[in-house]
Design a protein around this ligand. Structure first.
Ligand SMILES: *Cc1c(COP(=O)(O)O)cnc(C)c1O
Length: 463
């Protein structure tokens, strides 16, 4: 007798295991083309359904050449994290349990675990215990949730109930934002009906940082107007954080709500060595962040944190006769823009339990140390110029040929094609530049060494 066929689930788990176990050997970047990915897939909807195990096999085969190993320890493009073992495993369980984390009634487990995840998260980041936490799909939606709360709060202060009356005819809101704000901030403002014309960029004298005088002047220009100030903890390119201790009290004294984009930079607060860069961040009215970047949970994990739980709930809360609400346990939907949702706080809880305070502090500092070593190793190569030496886990270098041509994109492409490491580029001061970001719990000194060697090889071939 032949052994029974593996179940679709066993196949999927085996396939996933094969993938993560091969991370050290396989090409970091994808190896195939758009067309390669399509080959195994049906060209149109099959009339008759397929065998479930065959579906899993087919999809796994299709994805294979297009898998980008952002969870590899030598993936330095964009700001992508890996996945800690407990977070990854708990994410699988989250899928298998398939709980609807909308109400305490739909899943007491999801609701209670979310409360605990929120509590441990605030402790990990040294934030006030009475902050409300919204678990979202990512920092983009965290901005949306936090800025919805901000909108409610500043308009309530002007005597306007935005939940009932909307923005038509509402007092205009002014948004003063760090000029280096992320595109997701602008998009959240668009989604919330602010548009982008209300944004006043604050550029400061130090690149990436809002100036204290500049903010004072801007606040005084229209005192009494409902105002939201948006600051950065760790901007994407320079890793700069605003001077929260100086800026936040100023803004709040003028009646403004201060929101911080801390997608990854918020996590500096968990490291005694780096926390000084975000000193005062706990004064913010709201902070948006991610689990799937520096905390190393799998994707689909962000958090909005606010001192004004009542404003968040006022902007999110919904009652309908078929929903039972307001028991002793949190109803997750009152904290997020979503209705039905996966229990995405569980991998956060798992990551925080796996790391503990010391492990988290070590993860953050280790990534910063590796970023510095990686940058310095790359910048020391002939033809390389340092553009931003990491002060946290972000850095930039530029590459030139012997004749002076900027060959940064070609170097990035050659490193990526080698499969040894993976980088992305950006335009900085009008010139193509290589970015680096170290967010992975697994990145080691040996990964840094291998990556610098791959870059040296790529440069030699191009100069
Ligand atoms: C990644 C990022 C975002 C957007 O976060 P998502 O999780 O991708 O939605 C916002 N701000 C900064 C600084 C980021 O790095």
């Amino acid at each position: 007798m032949s052994p029974p066929d593996p179940s679709p689930l066993d196949l999927a788990v085996a396939e996933g295991r094969r993938f993560i176990d091969s991370l050290a050997q396989r090409s970091v970047g994808p190896t195939g083309t758009h067309a390669d990915i399509l080959v195994p897939l049906p060209a149109s909807l099959p009339t008759r359904g397929m065998d479930p195990a065959d579906v899993v096999r087919t999809i796994a085969r299709a994805a294979e050449p297009g898998l980008n190993c952002n969870n590899s320890p030598r993936f330095f493009a964009w700001v992508n994290g890996g996945a800690l073992p407990a977070a990854q495993a708990t994410d699988v369980l989250t899928s298998l349990w398939d709980q609807n984390a909308v109400l305490a009634a739909t899943s007491p487990a999801a609701a209670v675990l979310e409360e605990v995840a929120a509590k441990l998260l605030l402790e990990a980041l040294y934030l006030p215990a009475d902050c409300a936490v919204s678990f979202t799909t990512g920092c983009q939606m965290s901005h949306a949730a936090a800025l919805a709360a901000a909108r409610h709060h500043v308009l309530a202060g002007a005597g306007w109930d935005v939940e009932v009356n909307g923005l038509f005819g509402a007092p205009p809101i002014r948004v003063l934002a760090n000029a280096h704000h992320h595109g997701s901030v602008t998009r959240a403002l668009r989604l919330l009906g602010f548009g982008t014309a209300c944004v006043v960029p604050l550029a400061g004298d130090t690149p990436g940082r809002v100036g204290v005088e500049e903010l004072k002047v801007a606040l005084a220009q229209a005192s009494g107007v409902p105002t939201i100030v948006i600051l950065n903890a760790g901007d994407l390119n320079l890793g700069q954080s605003d001077d929260f201790a100086a800026l936040i009290p100023l803004a709040q004294a003028a009646g403004a709500w201060v929101h911080v984009d801390g997608a990854f930079g918020l996590w500096l607060a968990a490291s005694p060595r780096f926390a000084h860069q975000v000193a005062g961040i706990q004064l913010a009215d709201s902070i948006a962040s991610d689990g799937h970047k520096w905390l190393n949970t799998p994707y689909d994990c962000g958090m909005a944190i606010t001192r004004h739980g009542e404003a968040l709930k006022a902007s999110m809360k919904l009652t309908a006769s078929y929903l039972s609400q307001d028991g002793d346990t949190r109803d997750p939907m009152n904290y997020t823009p979503e209705w039905s949702r996966r229990a995405r706080s569980l991998p956060v809880l798992a990551a925080l339990m796996e790391l503990g305070r010391d492990g988290l502090a070590d993860l953050i500092a280790r990534c910063c140390d590796h970023a510095l070593a990686l940058h310095d190793g790359l910048a020391a190569l002939t033809g390389a110029t340092s553009i931003a030496r990491p002060i946290m886990n972000q850095g930039m270098v530029r590459f030139h040929a012997a004749d002076g041509r900027n060959i940064s994109d070609a170097v990035i492409a050659a490193i990526n094609a080698s499969g040894e490491a993976y980088f992305s580029g950006t335009t900085w001061d009008g010139e193509r530049t290589m970015r680096m970001s170290v967010c992975n719990w697994q990145t080691s000194a040996d990964d840094v060494r291998r990556t610098v060697a791959a870059a040296a090889h790529a440069l030699n071939g191009l100069r």
